[in-house]
Ligand binder design. Structure first.
Ligand SMILES: NC(=O)c1ccc[n+]([C@@H]2O[C@H](COP(=O)([O-])OP(=O)(O)OC[C@H]3O[C@@H](n4cnc5c(N)ncnc54)[C@H](OP(=O)(O)O)[C@@H]3O)[C@@H](O)[C@H]2O)c1
Length: 262
């Protein structure tokens, strides 16, 4: 397969102060894109922006909470003001939420996760879609999770939100298909990195098991006994946003080392 380039494309990535979103920003920038990215920690984002600009790249950091509708509007407007349009939107911002039995959950604990994991991607799509429709091209990728399809105890808010994201993906894909705009979801299994260690610590507390036991349990979900990597999620995002994926829309791609097979 040829090297995938995005020269001159305007790419918006949410949740970019660390993890998958941060790597996506770096990879898209390396591939020639103009990158616009957000997270809540503005100081971290500004550092990433400064680093990219020092290398002569076009980069814009926007401090925004994607759980807030107005912030999503401001993010997309900033991209359009700076670079004229939005060609690619990757909704990577996500929170794990509390881990508790369903009978102990408080209503606002579900709301908080739904706001960031579902309303955020919906709002960014809502504001970006008219630009993609106008130019009759565009690609949207939502980062879901295996947890939406393979239940785990104590994770009601997270699982509910990630399953809902697939519904959003498919409906948006249908509505935008006539305009040659595509929308797909990637559902990763546990990804090596900072976040999974936090999830392990929370699960250990919620289930009274040692962190080591929980980590082994996560690994054991995979018949390959492996976690996936941020690089792989970026590679799949590149594929879906490029011409290689031009006939892929409404899909949910499991990247789970075999945990989920449907
Ligand atoms: N890591 C895994 O094991 C795993 C597995 C399956 C699915 N996923 C999904 O993959 C996506 C990326 O995960 P990751 O591993 O990169 O997680 P991460 O390392 O925790 O990074 C999450 C990013 O999202 C940002 N963020 C969180 N809430 C936000 C909000 N309200 N508004 C704007 N930005 C927000 C965070 O920055 P700030 O704190 O600065 O806002 C951070 O930059 C998430 O949707 C996650 O659910 C991850």
């Amino acid at each position: 397969m040829k090297e995938i380039r995005f020269d001159g494309k305007v790419v918006v990535v949410t949740g970019a102060s660390r993890g998958i979103g941060k790597m996506l920003v770096e990879r898209f920038s390396d591939a020639g894109a103009k990158v616009v990215f957000c997270a809540r920690r503005g100081d971290v984002l500004k550092g990433i922006e400064a680093d990219l600009r020092a290398r002569g790249r076009e980069a814009l950091a926007v401090t925004a909470d994607t759980g807030r509708f107005e912030d999503c509007k401001r993010l997309i407007e900033a991209a359009v003001k700076a670079y004229g349009t939005v060609d690619i939107l990757v909704n990577s911002a996500g929170v794990s939420g509390v881990q508790k039995p369903v009978w102990e959950l408080q209503p606002d604990e579900l709301d908080e996760v739904m706001k960031v994991n579902v309303q955020g991607p919906y709002a960014c799509t809502h504001f970006a879609a008219p630009h993609m429709i106008r130019q009759k091209s565009g690609a949207i990728v939502n980062i879901g999770s295996f947890t939406g399809k393979r239940p785990m105890p104590f994770r009601t808010p997270y699982a509910t939100s990630k399953m809902a994201l697939i519904g959003l993906t498919r409906t948006v894909a249908l509505e935008l298909a006539p305009y040659k705009v595509r929308c797909n979801c990637i559902s990763p299994g546990p990804v090596e990195g900072e976040r999974v260690e936090e999830v392990v610590a929370n699960a250990s507390k919620a289930s009274n098991r040692t962190a080591d036991d929980v980590r082994k349990g996560f690994l054991g979900l995979s018949p390959m006994n492996e976690m996936v990597t941020e690089e792989e999620i970026c590679d799949m995002t590149f594929f879906l946003c490029s011409d290689h994926g031009r006939h892929m829309t409404g899909q949910d791609i499991n990247m789970t080392a075999g945990i989920v097979m449907y």
